[in-house]
Each structure stands twice: as C-alpha cells, then as structure tokens.
Design a protein around this ligand. Structure first.
Ligand code: ADE
Ligand code: ZN
Length: 338
C-alpha cells in the first residue's frame, strides 16, 4: 500500500522550488572537479566524504557545504553541476525547477559572477532541450555576511537581470534575522525581482514575521517554526503563501527527530500551501522523489494530499499564469489516468 502510494507520488509531474545548486554537488563530481582544477580536498575517497555527512544542526552542514563548493572554478564546472542536477530532477518527473545559487561563495574566492551565471545558464538551456525541463535562477545572499556585501552582489548581478528571477536569503539563520537585509531586499523589489527567504528553519516565528513584513517575500523557504504561532499559521494560509518544505533536509539537520514527526500533514491540514523539495540533495540523502517517498512512508498523507503537494509546486512557482494552468491541466490528466 505504502509502496503504491510512494510510486504514485513519484510519478506525478512536479516543480521543485527549493534547491541549492551547490547542494547538488555529489561526492563523485566533487572528486572529479578537484582533480580537474587541482584543488585539494580533505577527503581520501567518496566513501569518506559521505561518512562526513552527519549533522546535528544547520551550521555543521554549512561548514562542509562551503568547503565542497571550492572545487567549482570554471564555467564548465557550473554547467556540469547544473546538468547533473537537471538529469536527476527529470528522472523524478520534475518539469520545472527554480534553483538557488550562492554567488558570494564563489566571488569571494575570485571567481567572476559571469563564470557562475553563464555556466549555470548553459546547463539550464541544455535541460530544456534535452528534457523539456524549464528553470529559473534565484540569487541568494549569504546572511552570515553583511548588508554591504549583499549590495555588492546585487550590483554584480545587474548585467544579468534578464536571467535572474529573484533574490533569496540563506546560510546561518540564527543571529542573522531577515531585518538585517531590509534595504537590499527593498532594492531588489524595485528592480522587479521576486523575493524569497529562508525563515523558520532554525529561527523563531518572529523571523517569519520579519520575512513577510520587512522583506515582503513572495515565497517562504522552510517555514517549519511558523507552526509554533497559530496566528502566523492562519495568516500564511489566508495569504496563500507558498512554503518550500524540505523533509529529508529537516531530518538530516535535526529540525525534526524522525520523519514520522515531520509536520507536513499538519501544514496541509492547516491550509498552508506547502510544497516538497530536496534543498541540498547530495548532502541530505535524496532528490525530490526521495522526499515524496519518505513522506509516503509515514503513512500520514493520502493520495489527495500528494496531488495537492504537486499542485502547490506549480501554484507557488514564478511561472506566468498560462504556464501554471498548462502544468495543472497536465497534472490533472496524469492523475485521471493513473
Ligand atoms: N544553504 C544551503 N542549504 C541551506 C539551508 N537548508 N538553510 C540555509 N542555508 C542553506
Ligand atoms: Zn535551503
């Protein structure tokens, strides 16, 4: 029964809205790029890398994630990274993806913004040709760095704005509240960019309030801790705010103790527009369908819940209304035939 439900969930056409492209760097590619670029990495084997992926909080993961990203140097590296992700996503029936990239992780090492952008863009174009998978880019500011650095990054992005859909906020949440980036988010809004932010992953419900009221976000990344505040939960539901939830990430980063304790069912029952995403699949044990399957394994979600989650992934995307309508119709046809 559970397997049939997991297979059904996996078969659904879906969008992925919370994916850090640097977090899709598999150890095999990390090793290949380390060799290609003559970058030293502190691991002797792929197995050793995987064994190091034991985290008890977000910062444990971030330390190793930024270290891994050092092997990315050339345009082709970023293209190969993107292509590997899109091939994997297409196999999971992802038909549209809105992916994060962290330019500061690269520009701070002397890699030009254009190298990152052009490489990722080449992978995006290839994915559309090869799989019909469309995608958008979201530039994330690293919140452990200061406002001035975020402004410099926004400036570096200016020549490429036709290829960037929005800005986001990621990295160490605790101690770096959304209000720290109020002015740079306001500037991004003026430039016509969409705005999203990680909030309520480890941070308190107040950070979600700040993301809504001060950053004026269009979408909330994670948002788990919003459930601690019933008025906030009601508001998110009323405003049809999309939450990009990442079950296996939550498990690996100890946001939840066990997958059966994941709040996805509670989120749906509260009327939240929740979606399922993989966050950093190379580090957290799976791509988007591994996340759908993990939820199916809890026995808490119904077939209708999974259809809702797939529907929400399109409704929460930054695609134009006609494209959303097309994807919803294809999803409905798929469900009717399943
Ligand atoms: N950067 C990559 N993954 C992240 C996450 N889950 N939270 C915050 N920053 C991140
Ligand atoms: Zn994330």
């Amino acid at each position: 029964m559970t397997t049939a439900l997991a297979d059904f969930a996996a078969s659904l056409p879906k969008a992925e809205l919370h994916l850090h492209i640097e977090g899709s760097l598999e150890p095999e590619l990390m090793f290949a790029l380390a060799e290609r670029n003559k970058v030293a990495i502190p691991f002797a084997s792929v197995e050793e890398v995987r064994a190091a992926y034991q985290f008890s909080r977000l910062q444990d993961f971030l330390d190793i994630y930024y270290q891994g990203a050092q092997v990315l140097r050339e345009e082709d590296d970023f293209r190969d990274l993107a292509t590997a992700y899109f091939d994997r996503a297409a196999a999971d029936n992802v038909v549209h993806a809105e992916i994060f990239f962290d330019p500061q992780t690269h520009t701070d090492r002397g890699i030009p913004f254009a190298t990152v952008l052009n490489g990722l863009n080449a992978g995006m174009i290839e994915a559309e040709k090869k799989h019909g998978l469309t995608s958008k880019l979201i530039l994330c500011f690293l919140r452990h760095l200061d406002e001035e650095a975020a402004f410099q990054t926004l400036k570096a992005a200016e020549p490429f704005l036709d290829r960037i859909a929005g800005v986001g906020l990621d990295s160490s949440e605790l101690g770096h509240p959304p209000e720290k980036f109020a002015r740079v988010f306001a500037a991004a809004g003026t430039m016509g960019l969409k705005r999203v932010a990680h909030a309520g992953e480890e941070g308190p419900p107040d950070y979600v309030h700040q993301a809504l009221d001060i950053l004026e976000i269009d979408r909330l990344d994670h948002g788990n801790r919003a459930l601690e505040d019933s008025q906030l939960t009601t508001r998110l539901a009323r405003e049809a705010m999309t939450l990009t939830v990442c079950p296996l990430s939550n498990l690996k980063l100890c946001v939840v103790d066990h997958i059966d304790a994941h709040p996805m069912k509670r989120m749906l029952d509260a009327g939240l527009r929740a979606t399922v995403n993989s966050d950093d699949p190379a580090y957290f044990g799976g791509y988007v369908n591994d996340n759908y399957r993990a939820l199916a394994g809890t026995g808490q979600l119904s077939r209708e819940d999974f259809v809702t989650l797939a529907r929400n992934s399109f409704l929460g995307s930054f695609l134009p209304d006609e494209a959303i309508a097309r994807h919803l119709a294809a999803l409905a046809a798929h469900v009717a035939a399943a």
